[in-house]
Write a protein that binds this ligand. Structure first.
Ligand code: BMA
Length: 342
């Protein structure tokens, strides 16, 4: 398999489990690709809300470009690493979604979870008749019923909520897809705030894609931020593009590489970047991340949990096919951000 160049690997302080933690083999329903999950710790359990793509196979995709359908499922574990119990019913299914909401929403995907004021919330991307919209949804404590309370105007996705109010406002990071600007297209990480989780404003750029040395295509928020003494520790995904490679998926030559970046934002003013690691902290460097799956060389973090002993669990989709986890010590991650690297 041709390697993506230049070769990038994960930061030395990051320990990968060396196998996916959830895949289509674990699903009680039709499943082809299980990836891009949000994960949180709630009432003593680890809750994962994952994306499950289904309804086609690699041969049919390559032959007819028959795209998979998307559903969203729930899995629960006692330790956040293994023993994931997958709930038998979908949380969201794109067929059911379009029945309930008319023709506007085609599918929800890439869920993230934030516990805010003791209650769980999801953020989701929605493909709609008008483009991609970022959604905020309430979800009940049993993770069974979703109620969308806010949708952005198009085109916006990768929305993540901060786990507490800052300066009296709810806060989020997001990635609008600006088409006209000084550098087109602009794919920067933005910040907005809200008095009620519904109306959002005072939007500002937090991370300009040109600040990320290992991205030449786009960036976007990844897992919801966690609070540390030194600032809000938060991940982003970064995409570099190799035009010499192929086009769609399931080939050897998907032309985009997605890596995980990490930065530290000011505790009181999270629009200020106080630390940024200049290399990916998670890169695709295991065989199931580089040589297998739908879109190889794709790392997409969606969940980050800070444990009491300082261990950070980072959950990420790999190859648009598997859900994986890696761990690192919080001080080591903060050091990466503050020292920057060359
Ligand atoms: C992004 C999103 C993600 C996906 C990634 C790589 O634009 O669609 O869901 O993981 O592309 O295909």
């Amino acid at each position: 398999m041709a390697r993506f160049t230049p070769y990038l690997d994960s930061a030395p302080c990051v320990k990968k489990l060396d196998r996916p933690i959830l895949s289509s083999e674990d699903m009680p329903y039709d499943s082809l690709l299980v990836f891009n999950a949000g994960v949180t710790k709630f009432n003593g359990k680890y809750i994962m809300v994952f994306r499950n793509d289904y309804g086609t196979d690699p041969e049919r995709f390559l032959r007819e470009k028959h795209m998979p359908g998307t559903s969203v499922g729930v899995a629960i574990s006692d330790n956040g690493i293994d023993g994931w119990q997958v709930r038998k019913e979908y949380l969201l299914d794109n067929h059911r979604t379009s029945d309930e909401t008319g023709r506007e929403i085609k599918r929800f995907y890439d869920p993230r979870i934030t516990i805010l004021e003791g209650r769980p919330y999801l953020t989701l991307a929605a493909d709609t008749r008008h483009g991609v919209r970022g959604c905020i949804a309430e979800i009940d404590d049993n993770f069974e019923k979703v109620n969308v309370i806010s949708m952005s105007v198009p085109n916006n996705r990768n929305m993540v909520l901060f786990p507490e109010k800052i300066g009296g406002y709810y806060c989020r990071l997001e990635r609008p897809m600006a088409m006209f600007g000084e550098h087109c297209m602009n794919y920067d990480v933005w910040f907005s705030k809200s008095p009620d989780l519904r109306m959002w404003g005072e939007s500002k750029v937090v991370l300009d894609d040109r600040m990320v040395k290992f991205a030449n295509e786009k960036i976007g928020p990844a897992a919801p931020p966690v609070k540390t003494e030194k600032g809000w520790l938060t991940t982003f995904h970064a995409v570099d593009y190799d035009p010499a490679r192929g086009k769609n998926g399931w080939e050897n030559s998907w032309p985009y590489r997605y890596t995980g970046g990490i930065m530290l934002l000011d505790l009181e003013d999270p629009t200020k970047v106080v630390g940024l690691y200049n290399k990916p902290f998670i890169a695709p460097d295991r065989p199931y991340e580089t040589d297998e799956g739908f879109r190889q060389n794709t790392i997409f973090p969606g969940g980050m949990i800070l444990e009491d002993d300082g261990e950070v669990k980072i959950y990420y989709g790999a190859s648009d096919c598997y859900e994986c986890v890696c761990t690192a010590n919080v001080d080591d991650l903060i050091k990466l951000c503050l020292e920057g690297g060359e």
